[in-house]
Design a binder for this molecule. Structure first.
Ligand code: EPZ
Length: 412
């Protein structure tokens, strides 16, 4: 999909933040653990969610998805090899492994896809499953996991900090009466998953980077849960407001964004923080010096977006990407648009300047969001190709942008 974005635009108005993609996807998979109905509120209508719903339908689950309420009935759930193309389209399909091991002690699935921001192996996931008594093979892109030895309880340490491996290990641990998992990365999305599991009758307690499960009261009742707001979407629109006008960002959770918000406030950007909203005003801050880190540090998903903001500050900035090995694309787009950037491996020095409109291609979801913002501060209009990758993670994006005054057109 190709769009045309008109530059030099003022924005104003309100944006309601949708439910978090990265919180919804593992919870939708975890719903299979409940034999009764699960009602999920605030589920974003984005392509990654529709892909994962197609996998649930293939597994004979009954699905109702009206507005942002998703009702999942997995009473007729059947084990099947997961060799669907949806498994390769998204990264989060790997959460079915943890679920299937918990329910069936086995899983056969196509290896996951997702944004091309690095190699993105799943070795930490596989090590956790091996520590839980499983063996696995990978042949022709198909992961096959089988039970090797039945353990009654587990005490395992995840190889390194990983959002996906932490949540997948928690999902697989639901079969054990007693389990201790350490070295987890408990980001807000993971916390949401644990809250959801506890509503379903599990009894996880969190201590820093560890969780223990004490018992499981199989209540199999109808369960209701509301997905947390998308913190990355909230900050995406915050940066649009800081560069282009005045915005109220509604239904967000600033507590999940303390690190990036603190950088903005400390550097003189005009952001007013309320309980579940942000008021943002066009302002030029001093500079943006960041190093991406695991939560509660600066999120890697905001790195490209803040890179565009750094091109419009009073002073030079430096940004370092520590999580993924291939997430510096936006700086080549900034160079193409007349901004001086000195990129060395995963570090970039940015000299602020005027942005000359250019044409761009979205490489991944968050790079795509960053080039939309870059187009908005261009002197003319820009074309963006491969725009559909952005719709994977931002619900109703075109309508939300147009409602705050952005002129964006789909090109046939
Ligand atoms: C999740 O990816 C998110 N995706 C990503 O969001 C996000 O950027 C990332 O966490 C970091 O916050 C989903 O939740 C669906 P990791 P994930 O495991 O779980 C390496 C977006 O834009 N690693 O924390 O894949 C890995 O290569 C997407 O919404 C291994 O080496 O991230 C990376 O360098 C993009 N082996 C680092 O760890 C493993 O087994 C962090 O990855 C697992 C990870």
């Amino acid at each position: 999909m190709k769009v045309k974005v008109y530059g030099n635009k003022k924005v104003s108005g309100k944006v309601k933040v949708s439910g978090s993609k990265n919180a919804a996807l593992p919870i939708i998979c975890a719903s299979l653990l409940n034999k009764n109905k699960v009602v999920l509120k605030n589920v974003p209508r984005i392509s990654d969610v529709f892909d994962i719903i197609n996998i649930l339908k293939y597994l004979d689950c009954k699905i109702k998805f009206k507005r942002n309420t998703l009702i999942i009935d997995s009473a007729n759930l059947n084990y099947k090899p997961l060799l669907l193309e949806e498994c390769q389209k998204i990264r989060a399909s790997y959460y079915f492994v943890g679920i299937f091991l918990s329910i069936y002690n086995k899983c056969e699935i196509l290896l996951p896809g997702g944004c091309n921001i690095g190699k993105r192996p799943i070795d930490y996931h596989l090590k956790a499953f091996s520590d839980m008594g499983y063996i696995y093979t990978i042949e022709d892109n198909v992961l096959n996991v089988r039970l090797d030895k039945e353990l009654s309880n587990i005490d395992i340490c995840i190889s390194d900090k990983s959002v996906g491996a932490s949540m997948n290990a928690i999902l697989a641990s639901t079969k054990f009466k007693k389990a201790k998992l350490s070295n987890l990365l408990i980001e807000p999305e993971c916390e949401g998953l644990i809250k959801f599991l506890n509503i379903m009758g599990y009894n996880y307690t969190i201590h820093k980077d560890e969780v223990t499960i004490k018992s499981f009261i199989n209540n199999d009742q109808k369960v209701k849960y509301r997905i947390i707001p998308d913190r990355i979407e909230a900050m995406t629109f915050t940066v649009i407001g800081l560069l282009c006008g005045k915005l109220k960002i509604k239904k967000c959770n600033p507590n999940h964004l303390l690190f990036p918000l603190n950088i903005l406030v400390k550097n003189g950007f005009k952001v007013k923080i309320n309980k579940n909203s942000l008021y943002v005003y066009k302002s030029v801050g001093n500079q943006i010096n960041i190093e991406t880190d695991t939560y509660p540090g600066f999120p890697t998903d905001l790195q490209s977006i803040f890179g565009v903001l750094a091109s419009q500050t009073n002073d030079n900035s430096q940004i370092v990407e520590n999580i993924f090995e291939n997430r510096m694309q936006i700086y080549y787009d900034l160079i193409k648009s007349g901004i001086r950037c000195n990129v060395k491996d995963n570090k970039v020095d940015i000299v602020p300047g005027k942005v000359k409109s250019a044409n761009y291609k979205s490489y991944d979801l968050r790079h795509g969001a960053a080039v939309i913002i870059l187009s908005l501060i261009g002197d003319k209009s820009s074309f963006i190709e491969n725009f559909e990758v952005v719709l994977r993670g931002y619900e109703d994006l075109l309508r939300k942008l147009r409602r705050i005054g952005v002129k964006i057109e789909k090109i046939k």
